[in-house]
Design a protein around this ligand. Sequence first.
Ligand code: M7G
Length: 317
Amino acid sequence: MAASPKGGSCSPHGAQKRPRSDEEESAAERSVSGFEVIRILRESAREKNIFVQGKLDDQDAVIILEKTPITQDILTRMLKNSTQKLEASNDIYSTYQLEPPPDLNAIKSTLICPATEKHVLKYLRQETFLLEETEQDYQSITLPYIKSQSFSVQWVYNILEKKAEAERIVFEDPDPQIGFILLPDFKWDQQQLDNLYLIAIVHPRDIKSLRDLTADHLPLLRNIQNKGLDIIRQRYGIPASKLRVMLHYQPSYYHLHVHFISLEYEAPGCGVERAHLLSDVIQNLQDQPEYYRKHTLTFPIRADDALLKHFQEAGRV
Ligand code: M7G
């Protein structure tokens, strides 16, 4: 199914068309053809993607290349218009190498440039462990670490201030307390609905993660749940029963955001060790206003993550 909008009721709210900023212009003009490969950080034949560290214009860079799913709407054109080479045939069985026309053969690519050491580590395949973080651990180990180390959330502020991706906004509720912006996640190329992936980024800037949430945030969370689901149903025709609406703990970026993912798509980070369904979060906070402040939270951590070292030094693992 193609990801064309259904109905017109969720046109960008407050997202005016505007000239591109200098940053966007330079990103748009940067060509990946000058990317010099240094090493493969991770690759998966099953997921058909590759994560590569390299240099672009003398800057450290990471590029992620991914073959996109073959969907019903392009199937007929693909079969009809591809050049085909017979590879082998035996009785009723034959295999072909199909070469589809370029527009049906796109590779989704994400470039991070300049990339930090933390980006490189994020994509490097690594052994992971589970950590149990008590309320005290969060205050004495994790919070100081986050304050000193976490990824910059400049890209989030650019979205909230319409300095980037403004034309991609699917919906905005501008309320400073309970408002948010809903837009396609970088992981989604918007070509098909099977891997639909949107994120809701909240307007308040003082909520780092799930850990900060209390019952005071219930109006915000309910607003995201109700409006997010409504808009996705109207625009893409996907009902709530086909969506995984969740938060990550730990997130990579410490500005509260909620992931809306097609149930058909086994996206990275959907496992029980990292994902928290928004509906569970809402219920837990209804039952216990300080649930996420007080409870021990378990999350996966990579062997090379400096936070693990801090837990080790504190004698917690
Ligand atoms: P997360 O839970 O903090 O960490 O999610 P994760 O990246 O380990 O899942 C952040 C989400 O924001 C991810 O799903 C990213 O794909 C997405 N994302 C990251 N960046 C830098 C951008 C961006 O610049 N634009 C958009 N639209 N999405 C992004």
